[in-house]
Design a protein around this ligand. Structure first.
Ligand code: FAD
Length: 426
């Protein structure tokens, strides 16, 4: 049994949704495009899962956050795919891929062939078991990557109201979940091995601001140590978290956010890999010319930093998707992807944006005891990265534009004095 399509996308996440939108904008014919997704729902804006989805009052629920509402564009509900002649195969995992024969085998036993393949398989959450801690089967240990995870987190949170939650990991999943736990009236303690939260991005000064803000909301921090084991009840629920420093934290629930691993396994040994992802060129094309990769799974040349990188951010998923479709459908008119890395988060009443690269020396600016502050990163005499908390739309646009221009910086003290004014004047 088999079907043939001109274009096939594996994965039904953010990148797939934006790619589908771009295909339709560029006039894909009915019956030419197929999307195969393991998830049971049409592509949606994944960041909603750690924000609106976890709110106790009026939480966001599908269909409200299907792609592409995250960029204020059309909302692509399942009906849209049908109307546009796109075959949306949901709840179906692709089991194997043969890039030489240009075929895919699904878990339902169907063979699907393609002329062009777009790999948009994203990433999976790293599990505690991979670090030697047992607990995967416990009903009150939660992860957060997909809708099923989010539903489970909501259920567990609601059943533990007033209780103790331990959050393992100090990255953005940990930070956003800790905020939601407090909003849902749980006592949250964050545990991570680094000396500060968001260690891959924040400077210690920026991290201190968020940690103090979180503490004012009741979140506790235990830094510089890791989880070693759980205590379980007779029903298999986690009742306490044991840390390497010897302490024990009582826990009614645990949320784990310890990083992700790109879903590349279908293509290991078939496509060139780099930085843990599928290596692509500036057209998002892999080492096999019929196969493209987009989103979290793609390692692409980030021109502005002069390096191949794999970015785990929603904006990169959206834009790399659009670029790949343009490169496939209009190759002569499509140049190299020229992407300015962008990442953001929203927690409690706070909201920050980051553009570029956090390399080199740092100049902080603004009012760290108030609401609007930020930082610039200066590498080899040029401004390469910008961070801003509490900015207006215009201010965020200004730091993005300034970072893209990579202006030469001769006097760091002067840059510090000008602060946000520098970006606004460039
Ligand atoms: P995904 O959106 O993960 O989609 C991958 C899809 O592929 C899934 O549908 C999966 O089921 C499917 N799939 C995988 N393997 C197979 C297979 N073999 N067969 C069929 N289907 C398969 N980024 C930000 O910049 N800001 C944020 O605030 C932010 N918040 C986030 C909050 C959460 C809770 C999460 C999980 C991520 C967040 N991100 C954020 C990151 C952002 O969502 C990702 O970068 C983005 O979703 C990547 O898109 P993608 O399409 O590459 O992967």
């Amino acid at each position: 049994m088999g079907r043939a399509f001109v274009y096939v996308i594996i994965g039904g996440g953010v990148a797939a949704g934006y790619a589908a939108h771009e295909f339709v904008k560029r006039g894909v014919a009915h019956g030419e495009l197929c999307i195969i997704s393991e998830e049971p729902v049409a592509p949606y804006e994944r960041p909603a899962l750690s924000k609106g989805y976890l709110l106790p009052e009026a939480p966001a629920r599908l269909p409200s956050f299907h792609c592409c509402v995250g960029t204020n564009e059309e909302r692509l509900a399942p009906k849209w795919y049908k109307e546009n002649g796109i075959e949306l195969i949901l709840g179906t995992r692709v089991k194997s891929a043969d890039v030489r024969r240009k075929t895919l085998l699904t878990a339902t036993g169907e063979t699907i062939s393609y002329k062009y393949l777009i790999v948009a398989t994203g990433a999976r959450a790293l599990k505690l078991e991979e670090f030697g801690v047992n607990g995967l089967d416990a009903p009150n240990v939660c992860y957060l990557r997909d809708l099923a995870d989010a539903d489970r987190l909501v259920d567990v949170m609601q059943s533990c109201s007033g209780g103790n939650a331990v959050v393992i990991g100090g990255g953005y999943i940990g930070m956003e979940c800790a905020a939601s736990l407090v909003i849902n009236k749980l006592n949250a303690t964050m545990v991570f091995p680094e000396a500060q939260c968001m260690a891959r991005l924040f400077t210690s000064r920026i991290a201190s601001y968020y940690e103090e803000f979180y503490q004012s909301k009741g979140v506790k921090f235990i830094k510089g140590t890791v989880l070693t084991s759980f205590d379980f009840s007779s029903e298999g629920k986690v009742t306490a978290v044991n840390l390497r420093d010897g302490s024990k934290l009582p826990a009614d629930m645990v949320v784990v956010g310890i990083g992700i691993r790109p879903n590349t396994s279908l293509f290991e040994g078939q496509l060139t890999m780099e930085k843990g992802g599928i290596k692509v060129n500036g057209k998002m094309q892999s080492s096999n010319t019929s196969v493209y990769a987009i989103g979290d799974v793609a390692a692409f040349p980030v021109k502005i930093v002069g390096e191949t990188r794999r970015l785990e951010h929603v904006d990169s998923a959206r834009k790399s998707a659009r670029h790949a479709v343009a490169a496939i459908m209009e190759p002569e008119k499509t140049g190299e992807f020229d992407y300015l890395p962008f990442f953001y988060s929203r927690v409690f009443t706070l909201s920050w944006q980051f553009y570029g690269d956090n390399a080199g020396e740092v100049v902080h600016f603004g009012d760290f005891s108030g609401h609007t502050f930020g930082a610039y990163w200066i590498n080899k005499g040029h401004l390469v990265g910008s961070f801003l908390e509490g900015g207006t739309k215009e201010q965020y646009e200004a730091i993005a534009q300034t970072t893209r221009l990579k202006p030469k910086i001769e006097d760091l003290a002067e840059l510090e004095r000008q602060g946000l004014g520098f970006a606004l004047s460039v």
